[in-house]
Ligand binder design. Structure first.
Ligand SMILES: *[C@@H]1O[C@H](CO)[C@@H](O)[C@H](O)[C@H]1NC(C)=O
Ligand SMILES: *[C@@H]1O[C@H](CO)[C@@H](O)[C@H](O)[C@H]1NC(C)=O
Ligand SMILES: *[C@@H]1O[C@H](CO)[C@@H](O)[C@H](O)[C@H]1NC(C)=O
Ligand SMILES: *[C@@H]1O[C@H](CO)[C@@H](O)[C@H](O)[C@H]1NC(C)=O
Ligand SMILES: *[C@@H]1O[C@H](CO)[C@@H](O)[C@H](O)[C@H]1NC(C)=O
Ligand SMILES: *[C@@H]1O[C@H](CO)[C@@H](O)[C@H](O)[C@H]1NC(C)=O
Ligand SMILES: *[C@@H]1O[C@H](CO)[C@@H](O)[C@H](O)[C@H]1NC(C)=O
Ligand SMILES: *[C@@H]1O[C@H](CO)[C@@H](O)[C@H](O)[C@H]1NC(C)=O
Ligand SMILES: *[C@@H]1O[C@H](CO)[C@@H](O)[C@H](O)[C@H]1NC(C)=O
Ligand SMILES: *[C@@H]1O[C@H](CO)[C@@H](O)[C@H](O)[C@H]1NC(C)=O
Ligand SMILES: *[C@@H]1O[C@H](CO)[C@@H](O)[C@H](O)[C@H]1NC(C)=O
Ligand SMILES: *[C@@H]1O[C@H](CO)[C@@H](O)[C@H](O)[C@H]1NC(C)=O
Ligand SMILES: [Ca+2]
Ligand SMILES: [Ca+2]
Length: 761
């Protein structure tokens, strides 16, 4: 996803005589002041006025008061309610007449997550509610809405207590000092582990098989300080051992690793499961429990069946919101059917720039597999998806689900001009940047139950080029399988490309964030122009596109710029995708060997990162930004492509070794992929998989990957528990940690490409 999809700054409220409490500290004490009414009514207000009797605040609710806040009891001390944090509220209440009251934090927009019914009876009953706010509320209050009593009633409330979750006992679990890929190693691949040790003295290691027999041994190589983890480490290389089996363990320095396998089919299941993630992210189709397990069955999301308000006829953003997003009243006078696609991440928005790169990586995986083996393993019948018997390779079916959505995001031909920077502009053929709810929904939310207004956001040049690139790739891939779709995709790509050329500077602004979705802003679209020109050229061979790509500054940029090294390419820096395809997809481009060399040169930059003495984990990262696992994986794609292009085993080994990182060879022994490894991620941030908050929803399926360590992690759990963390250790496996543990389609596509590659090694 993106670091811009962060905490809300929501509405304030104005309540007479309100006072603001200091923000709570982690695991903090009481948020509600004078909740036992020991000090009378201080800190409370009510309508009608009440009085304290025996430690209870009692209110006479008149007969006929309508449901809601016609009568109420409310705190007058305001408090900070942090989005996605976890709170527990306790109180005791009774009523002389049995009826239901509503308990809320009544700040606009009304938070759906503390909006609970308390069924009152004549005997005092202790209520306890745990909730996680969907909205950030800097000045929140707590309110008991007492309207709706069937007759005059005396309601008494006491022992009101509300606390933020106490995370003070949380400690990072670093796992054993010997860190391995917990899935395992390929028999013919590199086998390297990391030992955390303070000793520079020679440390012996032993490999044991499942029967407990020592089968290999050697000396760990001292490396010193690993900068990203602040751990002193040695590495253990047992690459020369190649006997397959399960349940191996490594011991060294008094520590025993988690178990792992040595297997030539190591990545087989993960290849499938990494793609399965996409099916389960699909919008606009019921998820079939017979295919993926009944716990994952769900109704089609966003097919405009109430309470859904989209996505069959989605309007443009309302002016009161677009004024915030664009500082001018942009809107449009049409609606679009933007069904299908994949939900972006833990939310249920759909963003063209992120959807495009994700679909592209699946298409690249398809093209690669078709190249290396005509009988490709991603063919029809290979995936557990509804289209597994339609004669088309299943990975293409999956990519097509997204392509169809992307195509629907195109502004219709001959549409009325739209406002941009004070002028009315013909945006026909461009692509809307995104469609999402106008407000955040809570966790969990079943997509079919999302009641929010869905809105199209302003077209952008970035989205338009992204559509052009992805649709051109789709046209190429489908030519052999579905000529009609291929032709349609190509027509869309051409129209989009031309529209971007007409409107090259309609940038997606950073101000369009937090109105229920992320900004996906991008100030530099020359990389998008490069990628789109490349894909148009590779699909059509057109000279115009060749001229455009060769005159694009990225074509002659150094590899650091072209491949966004060492941080890795991503949804906003896509030149590398163009260059990788120019190097691998057959074409008549004249300087092909120089293009291949650029991929090799980029791989060499990454090899240097891996071999740097301050890198004890073999990972292609020097920094740990939001979604760092995808940065590593996208870098692996570059090195793996260099391996494909050169057959030089140095690149193959380097790419395979860097993959160990996401499966447990890291400072906290974390396998970030659910269902793979012993210490695997459990509680990804997702509205589909918020099991930790509500055990009626499932945990994420195998193959779902959390974003990973984030040296600038900030979210409620991270703020509490990751203060001062060393970059590689800044991770908390908590459903509310969106900055370290969200799932996202662009991260999943990076994993899918890399695992698809590794599976054939
Ligand atoms: C919260 O309320 C205080 C006091 O009324 C006010 O000064 C402050 O600006 C409010 N904060 C926000 C974010 O609305
Ligand atoms: C009651 O007020 C006293 C004095 O202001 C204060 O010390 C005490 O903490 C208050 N107790 C409660 C339960 O609010
Ligand atoms: C009661 O709720 C309504 C609608 O949400 C709101 O406009 C009004 O201000 C509330 N009244 C009080 C006294 O809070
Ligand atoms: C709050 O609960 C009431 C009663 O169940 C319901 O009518 C209302 O729509 C809810 N509001 C939100 C924002 O969930
Ligand atoms: C609520 O009550 C439960 C059960 O007595 C208790 O464990 C918990 O600490 C209470 N929470 C708060 C916020 O008072
Ligand atoms: C290294 O030394 C530090 C400080 O003495 C100690 O806290 C830590 O546990 C040691 N680590 C290992 C792996 O021995
Ligand atoms: C690194 O570890 C050392 C020794 O354990 C500690 O003193 C230092 O504060 C740590 N530095 C960082 C940046 O975590
Ligand atoms: C190609 O893939 C098929 C199906 O997985 C496999 O049977 C065959 O051995 C592969 N061929 C090569 C050359 O790798
Ligand atoms: C949209 O606006 C244009 C220009 O004002 C107008 O010609 C067209 O009829 C409008 N379309 C709809 C569906 O209202
Ligand atoms: C809007 O137009 C002005 C004047 O031409 C220009 O300086 C400015 O950069 C434009 N802003 C955007 C966001 O394009
Ligand atoms: C690559 O090009 C960029 C932009 O021109 C420049 O800032 C950078 O220093 C260059 N890097 C190398 C390694 O030449
Ligand atoms: C393979 O690549 C490595 C790293 O660039 C290089 O050192 C080595 O010479 C290459 N081997 C061959 C046979 O080209
Ligand atoms: Ca199929
Ligand atoms: Ca860009």
């Amino acid at each position: 996803m993106k670091s811009t999809k962060v905490a809300a700054a929501a509405a304030s409220i104005a309540i007479a005589a309100a006072q603001v409490s200091p923000p709570p500290i982690p695991g903090s004490p009481q948020i509600i002041q004078n909740g036992n009414f020991a000090n009378g009514t201080i800190g409370w207000q009510s309508s009608p006025a009440g009085s304290v009797k025996n430690g209870l605040y009692c209110i006479d609710v008149p007969a006929g008061s309508p449901p809601g806040n016609s009568s109420y009891l409310r705190t007058s001390y305001l408090f900070l309610e942090t989005k996605n944090d976890v709170y527990t509220l306790n109180f005791t209440a009774s009523s002389s007449v049995g009826y239901d009251i509503l308990v809320q934090t009544p700040d606009a927009p009304l938070d759906p997550n503390l909006n609970m019914t308390a069924a009152l009876t004549t005997s005092p009953y202790p209520f306890s509610m745990t909730f996680s706010p969907a909205n950030q509320a800097p000045n929140a209050s707590l309110e008991f809405d007492l309207g709706g009593s069937p007759a005059a009633a005396t309601v008494c409330i006491g022992d009101v207590s509300m606390k933020r979750i106490d995370r003070s006992s949380w400690r990072q679990d670093y796992g054993p000092a010997v860190k391995v890929n917990q899935l395992g190693y390929l028999p013919t691949g590199p086998k390297v582990a990391t030992l955390v040790t303070n000793s520079s003295a020679s440390t012996g290691w032993t490999l044991y098989n499942a029967a407990g027999d020592a089968c290999a041994s050697g000396q760990a190589q001292y490396r010193g300080l690993d900068a990203a983890s602040n751990q002193t480490v040695s590495t253990i290389d047992f690459s020369s051992f190649s006997t397959t089996g399960d349940g191996y363990i490594l011991t060294a320095g008094g520590s025993t690793s988690l178990p792992f396998s040595i297997s030539s089919t190591l990545y087989n299941d993960l290849r499938q499961d990494s793609l399965r993630f996409f099916y389960q992210q699909r919008s606009g189709i019921a998820i079939d429990g017979n295919l993926v397990g009944q716990q994952y069955a769900r109704a089609a999301g966003h097919v405009q069946v109430p309470p859904n308000k989209g996505d069959v006829a989605v309007p443009c953003q309302a002016v009161h919101d677009s004024l915030i997003a664009y500082l001018e009243p942009w809107t449009c006078n049409y609606t679009l059917d933007v069904t299908q696609g994949w939900y972006d991440a833990g939310d249920q928005g759909k963003y063209v720039v992120n959807g495009g790169i994700s679909a592209a990586q699946l298409l690249m995986e398809y093209e690669r597999s078709a190249r290396v083996n005509a009988t490709n393993k991603l063919g029809d019948g290979s995936l557990r998806i509804p289209e597994r018997n339609n004669g088309i390779p299943d990975i293409l079916d999956e990519a097509q689900w997204e392509l169809q959505f992307l195509i629907k995001m195109q502004v219709p031909a001959n549409s009325a001009p739209q406002l941009f920077n004070g002028s009315m502009i013909d945006m026909s053929g461009m692509a809307h940047l995104k469609v999402h709810d106008n407000q955040w929904t809570p966790l969990p939310t079943d997509p079919s139950q999302d009641p929010k207004r869905r809105e199209l956001h302003r077209p952008s040049t970035s989205a338009t080029l992204n559509l052009a690139a992805a649709a051109a790739m789709g046209a190429r891939a489908f030519a052999q399988w579905d000529a009609e779709f291929a032709a349609k995709a190509l027509a869309v790509a051409k129209t989009a490309y031309a529209a971007a050329q007409r409107n090259p500077t309609i940038l997606a602004p950073g101000t369009d964030w937090d109105l229920g979705g992320g900004a996906y802003s991008d100030d530099d679209v020359s990389d998008e122009f490069y990628w789109a020109a490349v894909e148009m050229y590779l699909t059509t061979g057109g000279k115009q596109y060749l001229d455009d790509l060769t005159s694009n500054p990225y074509h002659t940029a150094n590899v650091t710029t072209l491949f966004t090294l060492p941080s890795g390419f991503g949804w906003s820096s896509v030149a590398a995708l163009g260059q990788l395809d120019l190097a691998t997809v057959p074409s008549n481009i004249s300087n092909h060997s120089a293009i291949v060399q650029s991929v090799v040169d980029a791989a060499d930059v990454l090899l240097a990162v891996q071999q740097n003495s301050s890198n004890g984990y073999g990972v292609f990262l020097t920094e740990y930004p939001w979604g760092s696992n995808s940065n590593n994986l996208n870098n692996i794609q570059i090195v793996a492509t260099a391996a494909d292009l050169t057959n030089n085993s140095t690149y193959r080994s380097a790419a395979l070794e860097a993959l160990d990182y996401v499966l447990g060879r890291n400072a906290i022994s974390q396998s970030y992929i659910r269902g793979y490894g012993t210490k695997d991620t459990q509680n990804v941030h997702s509205r589909l998989y918020a099991h930790e908050l509500d055990n009626r929803v499932p945990q994420a399926p195998p193959g779902a990957m959390g974003g990973g360590a984030n040296q600038a992690a900030s979210d409620p759990p991270a703020d509490d528990v990751l203060q001062g963390c060393a970059p590689m250790t800044c991770y908390v496996d908590d459903v509310n940690s969106y900055s370290t543990n969200e799932v996202a389609i662009n991260w999943g596509s990076a994993l899918a490409w890399v695992v698809g590659w590794a599976d054939g090694q």
